[in-house]
Structure formats: C-alpha cells, structure tokens
Design a protein around this ligand. Structure first.
Ligand SMILES: [Cu+2]
Length: 100
C-alpha cells in the first residue's frame, strides 16, 4: 500500500498486479485486530473465509500485468487488505489500513 492512513469517506483503491506470471487479487475487510490470525481461515482451502471476515469489496483475480480499482465508502476504523488466492495470505500478502 502506498498509504496506510486515509481519511474516512469514499476512496478508491487502484490495484495493479505487477507479477509476470501469477494471478493476484485484493480484498478489503474490517479488522478489529490488525493481525493475520484475527481473520477466519479455511485451512483445507488455504485461504481466508471472505464472507465470515466481513468482505466489503474486492478486485478479484487480476491477471499478471492487469489493473483494477475498487471504490468504497469507509467508516473510521482498521481494515485488512489481502490477496486470497490460495496460500498468498499466509505467505504474507496482506496489509492493514487505518481510516480516520
Ligand atoms: Cu496473491
């Protein structure tokens, strides 16, 4: 993320997959605790349970080199931003953002 603190209200995530060979995506959920263990995980699928995590929106399955955007109206609080291609979250493809 190029910003980790943003003002409340409508904002747009501009997402680009800079990989040459791997599909990625970006999902936004509320995060009461900004730790990856705080998100519900489906072990046998090796991914976060998006619905249980409170999925707010996503740019899904971007092919390498592609871009996308997601506009959300966010209330003040912490949010987690992550990739939910199997294995990517646990490999560290997540970040937190503070809206205030
Ligand atoms: Cu990924």
């Amino acid at each position: 993320l190029d910003k980790t603190v943003v003002p409340a209200g409508e904002g747009t995530f501009k997402v680009s997959n800079t990989s040459k060979d791997t599909v990625h995506e970006m999902i936004v959920v509320p995060a009461a605790d900004a730790k990856k263990t705080a998100l519900p995980y489906v072990k046998n699928e090796n991914r976060v349970n998006e619905d249980a995590a409170g999925h707010l929106g996503e740019v899904s399955e971007l092919d390498p080199g592609k871009t996308g955007s997601l506009t959300l109206d966010l209330k003040p609080g912490s949010y987690a931003v992550f990739c939910n291609i199997p294995g990517h979250f646990m490999n560290g493809m997540w970040a937190t953002i503070l809206v205030k």
